[in-house]
Design a protein around this ligand. Structure first.
Ligand code: ZN
Ligand code: MN
Length: 147
């Protein structure tokens, strides 16, 4: 006989797997809210609290990263492999940067501190292509206005 506890456990595991699948198949580094709204359609009695709890478990078991670059909201990322990020200072979009992680950086810190380094993270800040173009147009408009 299946107990309620076992039923809940099964449901939780299934929801957690769905969250992980969603993150693996998404390139946008979504927020918890976005994940919740997306899965709510499928799991009618899903709560935002459940999403947060599952995200925490996935993070603690090393399956996802929580990214917080001081933008207020945490973003989540399935860790297929170690990678770097770029965040646009204007639209706050997060992009994966596809250069191989620089192990020599770990070596330099090990040499300097004697610490055991397990990994490192790197994030670049600036303007993405779209926002760069917008800024260019705006500054042109300003110039035209002056003359
Ligand atoms: Zn941008
Ligand atoms: Mn990423």
């Amino acid at each position: 006989m299946i107990t309620n506890k076992e039923k809940n456990l099964y449901r939780n595991t299934k929801q957690r797997q769905k969250i992980l699948d969603l993150l693996v198949n998404s390139k946008s580094h979504p927020t918890a809210d976005w994940i919740y709204l997306k899965l709510k359609k499928k799991f009618k009695n899903l709560s935002l609290g459940t999403v947060y709890r599952n995200l925490r478990i996935l993070k603690e078991t090393g399956q996802i990263w929580e990214l917080n670059f001081g933008t207020g909201f945490s973003r989540f990322d399935a860790i297929a492999h170690s990678h770097y990020h770029f965040i646009c200072s204007s639209c706050q979009k997060i992009y994966d940067i596809k250069i191989p992680p620089m192990r020599e950086l770990d070596d330099r810190v090990i040499q300097l501190t004697g610490f055991r380094i397990l990994s490192h993270r790197l994030v670049f800040f600036g303007l993405c292509d779209v926002c760069k173009l917008k800024k260019k147009k705006n500054s042109k408009n300003v110039k035209n206005h002056r003359t």
